[in-house]
Design a protein around this ligand. Structure first.
Ligand SMILES: [Zn+2]
Length: 149
């Protein structure tokens, strides 16, 4: 690859290290990944050096995580940095693998928070949120309500 190609080639980067973006993205969807302890089976978000459950230092197996989960807890954020729309719903989402991920949830009215949101089923999607200093598209993982209610 020549210098010129390197300079003009636009890359796609994940906002967080535990979001994997396939080469064929967006034809192939991005997904969350984790590390599974081969000793006890506990799964962690992203990479892991040691297991908190069994103290094993590996090996860990890379696993693809579910793109669906349930809202464990949430809060409504009313103030944010310039350029970000507020209010929005920030949540901790439990995935089927026993892993929790912190992400924003869309499809809920942040001005009318409800206790019924606890346990609500949500599905991950990805969105370009900005272009970084090198001109790369930065992709974030977000969640939306599955049933739309
Ligand atoms: Zn373990």
């Amino acid at each position: 690859m020549t210098q010129e190609q390197v300079a003009t080639e636009k890359k796609i980067k994940p906002l967080v290290p535990f979001l994997k973006i396939p080469d064929k993205y967006p034809d192939e969807p991005a997904y969350l990944w984790g590390s599974k302890c081969k000793s006890c089976g506990t799964v962690y978000l992203g990479s892991r050096i040691a297991c908190a459950k069994c103290a094993s230092t590996g090996p860990f197996e890379e696993v693809r995580l579910s793109d669906e989960g349930e809202i464990y807890v949430f809060s409504v954020v009313h103030q944010t940095v310039p350029g970000l729309e507020a209010p929005y719903v920030a949540a901790i989402i439990d995935l089927a693998e026993g892993v929790a991920v912190r992400a924003n949830v869309y499809g809920l009215d942040p001005l009318n928070p409800s206790p019924q949101w606890f346990g609500k089923k949500v599905k991950m999607y990805t969105e370009k949120i900005r272009v970084d200093r090198e001109g790369n598209d930065v992709i974030a993982a977000k969640f939306k309500v599955v049933d739309g209610k």
